[in-house]
Design a protein around this ligand. Structure first.
Ligand code: F6P
Length: 531
């Protein structure tokens, strides 16, 4: 199948995407779920290419693997774990079995506990020493930070609870900046860590506990914990009534649907949080039921595979024309790159194709005035992924939203159409002539033929955010199965952690001479300047 795709790519690579734009292509090269639409008409994929891509799904038995995932099989083979973040949003989907036991009663009981706690915090029944909670500080990193931080920002228009802050970096500047604006007497600290061992999180949690202890008689009473480890949360001094647990079949970067989403639930309220879960669940239903060519996660994955593994475009820009999604690219960097940034396939053999793409981006229109220059005229092709809503939340400023939408659509059109030399000459013919006209015109040429997809939806409400995040999760799943990697481990983060632990005594003063010459030199330089 890969060979067929490569041959097909060779045959079509020099044609213009704009030449494919016959009437009806907009309808043919789209996939929809509910009120969300993925347009992939502005790519070089034609009906034959799509068939070949869908063939990859069949060859890799994505359907079988999908059934195994939803069915609770241990598809995270290197860690011997099931992958069941979908159970966290399975509000009324019936039993989900892991090792012969239904996990749903526990999932729903934890959800109810979170809802009761969130209602107490929001309503004032849970009050700190100061008589009410005005600020919530979530301390976590990676999946215990990026998901809720992204979602709290995404759903800012629905935020009617206490202020939410996120501390992740071990750099003391991060925790200090947040604690400076909070009053310990009215702050709830949530320590979010699946393992409850992550050095950044535990260091920041201890710093926050000390800060709280200076002003509050019972600092531990204003802490909650989100973790799979009852033992470690208890050892840290957090009462079990404020510990919200989950199982190891929820991967860190897939965990915002459960306890790790507590800060989001406190911010927007339990009902809106349920709407977020319902959006995720709706995407799960669609992903399991829709034919491949109509299946939004599958098609989004296949377009990505076409651009990366077939066309050789190593990066992908995620460009939300939705300012509230400003943290989406950072969230997706972990979701996609920690999941599919693998060099060996499930059986341990070297990967026969490239791993998942480098994902990056910023909201539009800001990016237009920063890096779009390279996207339009740089030598590398960067497939772009636009996200845009029909309406914002500022009804009185809808005309401004329309300007945003016009910009989004203009960018995908400009990337596809480009501007040829003749047209460029016409733009400057009144100012220059002869050789200078040629030179000036060449700087104004856009080669065009640059692919993009657009995800369009009515408005970014909790349900839609749930759909979008579950869409990206399933996209990662499909890509991972097709590439043959385990999307659910992350051994690539371990070496750095081990070496940091070994380096700590050295940065604190121990002999650095056993280190490589560069590292020893850096330690020496920093020591000489106050390390
Ligand atoms: O180091 C990577 C990682 O394990 C991520 O996968 C995870 O999301 C993050 O660290 C935080 O882990 P924890 O929630 O256990 O603190």
């Amino acid at each position: 199948m890969w060979d067929g795709l490569r041959k097909h790519h060779e045959a079509v690579k020099s044609r213009q995407i704009s030449d494919l734009m016959v009437a009806g292509r907009g309808e043919d090269f789209r996939a929809t779920v509910g009120d969300m639409m993925l347009d992939y008409a502005k790519t070089n994929i034609d009906a034959e290419g799509r068939d070949l891509l869908v063939g990859l799904l069949e060859q890799a038995d994505v359907a079988g693997r999908r059934a195994a995932m939803f069915g609770g099989a241990a598809i995270n083979e290197t860690e011997g774990r099931a992958v069941l973040h979908t159970a966290l949003r399975n509000l009324d989907g019936g039993p989900v079995m892991v090792d012969g036991a239904d996990v749903m009663p526990d999932v729903l009981a934890t959800l109810a506990d979170m809802e009761a706690f969130a209602a107490d915090v929001r309503g004032g029944a849970f009050a700190g020493q100061g008589g009410k909670i005005t600020d919530v500080v979530n301390i976590g990193i990676g999946g215990s930070d990026l998901g809720p931080a992204m979602a709290v920002k995404a759903l800012a228009p629905y935020h009617d609870g206490p202020r939410c802050h996120f501390v992740s970096n071990v750099d003391p500047a991060d925790v200090a900046e947040v604690l400076r604006v909070c009053d310990p007497a009215t702050t709830l600290v949530i320590v979010a860590s699946k393992t409850f061992t992550t050095i950044e999180t535990m260091t920041n949690a201890r710093t926050a506990m000390a800060w709280m202890g200076e002003a509050v008689a019972e600092p531990g009473a204003q802490f909650a914990a989100l973790s799979t480890s009852e033992e470690k949360t208890a050892a840290f001094g957090i009462d079990q009534s404020r510990v919200f647990g989950f199982e190891d079949w929820v991967g860190g970067r897939y965990s915002m649907w459960g306890p790790i989403g507590l800060s989001l639930m406190i911010a927007i309220g339990p009902d809106a949080f349920r709407a977020f879960l319902r959006g995720g669940q709706a995407m799960d239903v669609h992903f399991q039921a829709a034919e491949w060519a109509e299946n939004v996660p599958a098609m989004l994955a296949l377009v990505g595979i076409w651009h990366n593994q077939v066309c050789g475009h190593a990066t992908r820009a995620v460009l939300p024309y939705d300012n509230n999604l400003s943290r989406l690219p950072a969230y997706l960097q972990q979701l996609e790159m920690e999941s599919n940034g693998k060099g060996v396939s499930m059986d341990g053999a070297d990967l026969a194709v490239e791993s998942g793409p480098v994902v990056w981006g910023e909201p539009g229109t800001n990016g237009q005035h920063a890096f779009y220059q390279l996207i339009h005229q740089g030598t590398r092709v960067i497939p772009c992924e636009f996200l845009v809503a029909a309406r914002g939340h500022e009804d009185d400023l809808h005309h401004q939203h329309q300007l945003l939408v016009a910009n989004c659509l203009a960018q995908s059109e400009a990337l596809m159409m480009g501007r040829d030399l003749d047209e460029a000459r016409g733009k400057v013919a009144d100012k220059f002539e002869g050789a200078e006209l040629e030179r000036q015109a060449r700087h104004r040429v856009f080669k065009g033929n640059r692919p993009s997809v657009t995800l369009a939806y009515p408005t970014l409400d909790p349900f839609m955010l749930g759909q979008i995040i579950a869409l990206y999760e399933h996209r990662v799943f499909v890509e991972g199965v097709v590439l043959g990697v385990n999307s659910y481990d992350q051994w690539g983060v371990e070496l750095g952690k081990e070496l940091a632990t070994a380096l700590q005594p050295i940065v604190e003063g121990a002999d650095a001479s056993g280190k490589d010459a560069s590292t020893a030199g850096l330690v020496g330089f920093l020591r000489g300047r106050g390390l």
